[in-house]
Write a protein that binds this ligand. Structure first.
Ligand code: F0G
Length: 459
């Protein structure tokens, strides 16, 4: 097998600011031991997120110059709308400034306090938007998805028996929609199979419950289906994506992921009455229905990105470069969610630092160690992010403690990733010296973004 190369040349570069270990010890302390509160210029390799951090293409930058900034009915809007309709296939497209704005609008018009929204795994903003409205976000990922070492192909699948159980226990009245997140970001970036999408859709339809996809990483999910699910090897990824959406009644989308855009998103629905309510709320809170909080040039960039992300040379490079990091780390013995997901590697912090109990935030402590050791910024997906229950004001271990290394699209080369692997190896070799953390202050919702921490003293 020949080396899979980056399917692009680099035309513009952005210098990296190198810091010393001592400087990083001071920076992270000043940031309250919260990587979100670091200055980006103090980070060497930024794997905090793959969202809005992608490199755009010459085509996308050129299209931005063509952006039509008319308030209503701009050319850029029609280009955006027709691209979304061609790929996603829904009747109504509602532009938003990012994914969570689409979530807020969708949930605001469909949820009432006490309602329940099942999903394979809710992303943090999805969960928070649901809880903010007094409803309940229920995760129902398949059991393989809960075992970091299980090598199954589609660990993002929903547990359909759990879904049926939920419907029969609570009735359809209080379940305004069923969602599936593709790929399942908070569940290790694992894909969902077409068979599972079809089955979940069928269950939802039989019960007259609308079915939505959280489509942020739809192209990566479609590519996994092509590579792993029987019957799809010869299909175009674009057709696979279209089939995925054909089973849904709508979707939320952050164009900051699988559209390479630095900003943007949309909400889709096939429901005419709902679309009217959503557009009205959009105009009230985001912007007019043909721009939704975006500039014309942003709409152009998203339209170009949605087609580029379906390029199979790109997707081959994308999935293989994540798998490369996964393979190297597995060779060293580093515990992680297997197999690697599409956009990220998820270290299994509970096994990486088993001397730290969940309420000492092993994932958080590991992410701080990665920053100090090599200036790598990552994000905890664990007890800090999901362990606090605002309803009862109590804390419990999340179902797992992971550290996500999200890989921005088309940004870092193989040697950047080799550096990341070297640093993780160093931290792995000194893992017993990593200390737990305690929270000094935290807000009620989405506490990981702004909480402040202190390392626990030596026992
Ligand atoms: N849904 C999923 C699955 C996501 O991963 C995100 C964002 C959103 C919704 C919200 O989209 O940021 O445009 O408002 N995920 C980013 C991440 C922030 O780092 O995983 P947004």
């Amino acid at each position: 097998m020949k080396t899979v190369i980056e399917p692009f040349r680099i035309k513009t570069v952005e210098p990296i600011n190198f810091t010393s270990r001592q400087a990083r010890i001071e920076k992270i302390e000043q940031a309250g031991y919260n990587p979100f509160l670091l200055k980006a210029e103090d980070v060497i390799i930024d794997l905090l997120t793959d969202s809005g951090t992608s490199a755009m293409s010459t085509e996308a930058w050129s299209a931005m110059m063509r952006g039509d900034e008319s308030y209503a009915g701009a050319r850029s809007w029609y280009r955006f709308e027709s691209t979304v309709k061609r790929i996603f296939g829904f009747k109504h497209v509602i532009p938003t400034h990012q994914g969570r704005a689409a979530e807020r609008i969708l949930f605001s018009v469909t949820l009432k306090p006490g309602m329940i929204v099942p999903n394979n795994t809710h992303f943090d903003t999805t969960r928070a938007n649901i809880e903010y409205l007094g409803a309940k976000a229920v995760d129902a990922v398949c059991k393989e998805g809960l075992d970091p070492s299980d090598e199954s192909d589609f660990k993002g699948n929903m547990d359909v028996e759990a879904l049926k159980q939920l419907i029969s226990t609570h009735g359809t009245e209080i379940i305004p929609m069923v969602m599936l997140t593709v790929t399942n970001n908070s569940g290790g970036g694992q894909p969902v199979s077409m068979a599972n999408i079809r089955e979940v859709s069928q269950i939802a339809r039989e019960n007259n419950i609308p079915f939505y996809l959280d489509a942020c990483r739809f192209a990566e999910n479609a590519y996994f289906i092509k590579k792993r699910e029987p019957g799809f090897a010869d299909k175009k990824v674009e057709d696979i994506a279209r089939e995925m959406f054909s089973y849904a009644d709508g979707c939320t989308m952050s164009a900051k992921k699988d559209a390479f855009a630095n900003i943007g998103g949309f909400l889709c629905t096939n429901d005419d009455a709902l679309a009217i309510q959503e557009r009205n709320l959009l105009i009230l809170t985001e912007g007019y229905s043909t721009y939704g909080g975006l500039a014309g040039r942003d709409l152009e960039a998203v339209a170009i990105g949605l087609d580029e992300v379906l390029d199979e040379n790109y997707l081959l490079y994308r999935i293989r470069s994540t798998a490369y990091v996964g393979r190297k780390l597995t060779d060293i013995g580093v515990p992680m969610v297997r197999p690697p997901g599409g956009h990220a590697i998820y270290l299994n912090a509970r096994e990486f630092v088993p001397h730290l109990p969940p309420l000492e935030y092993p994932g958080w402590a590991l992410s701080v160690a990665l920053y100090i050791e090599g200036g790598i910024r990552t994000v905890e997906i664990g007890t800090v992010m999901f362990g606090y229950d605002p309803e009862t004001n109590t804390e419990r271990p999340a179902k797992w403690d992971l550290v996500r290394l999200a890989i921005p699209r088309r940004v870092y080369t193989q040697s950047h990733m080799d550096y990341v692997i070297d640093i993780i190896k160093d931290v792995w070799e000194h893992r017993t010296s990593i200390r737990g953390m305690k929270i000094i202050e935290a807000p009620r919702f989405l506490r990981h973004f702004t909480a402040k921490f202190e390392p626990l003293s030596e026992k």
